[in-house]
Ligand binder design. Sequence first.
Ligand SMILES: NC(=O)c1ccc[n+]([C@@H]2O[C@H](COP(=O)([O-])OP(=O)(O)OC[C@H]3O[C@@H](n4cnc5c(N)ncnc54)[C@H](OP(=O)(O)O)[C@@H]3O)[C@@H](O)[C@H]2O)c1
Length: 85
Amino acid sequence: MPSKGTIVLTGANGTIGSAVISRIMSSRELFSYHGIYIVRNASYYVAPEQETTHAYNALSLELSSLDRVRAAAVTISYNEASSRN
Ligand SMILES: NC(=O)c1ccc[n+]([C@@H]2O[C@H](COP(=O)([O-])OP(=O)(O)OC[C@H]3O[C@@H](n4cnc5c(N)ncnc54)[C@H](OP(=O)(O)O)[C@@H]3O)[C@@H](O)[C@H]2O)c1
């Protein structure tokens, strides 16, 4: 199924972030969006255990660095534009 769009979520490993991702995965309306789930270290990202075809990537990003946030925003924006062409 083609992606309806993209959801970018920070704090994906946290209490609220995990709950939001569970909600996305269980929502008929939201699960077909592509998720970009931002954590400090993507190798430690653990998705909620749910049966779903929801597509996502875990992205490593240290949010205290504005330069890194800007660079990530440019990359995400570029990838989004490329995926639509
Ligand atoms: N839970 C509540 O009831 C509640 C109520 C009101 C407001 N809030 C606010 O909502 C926010 C999230 O709450 P939460 O309970 O989900 O907190 P949490 O469980 O501590 O999760 C915070 C998440 O933010 C990430 N994070 C922290 N500093 C970061 C940085 N510099 N760069 C990248 N990621 C960073 C952490 O990543 P790592 O996994 O890498 O550590 C973690 O996944 C907080 O600001 C909290 O103060 C929470």
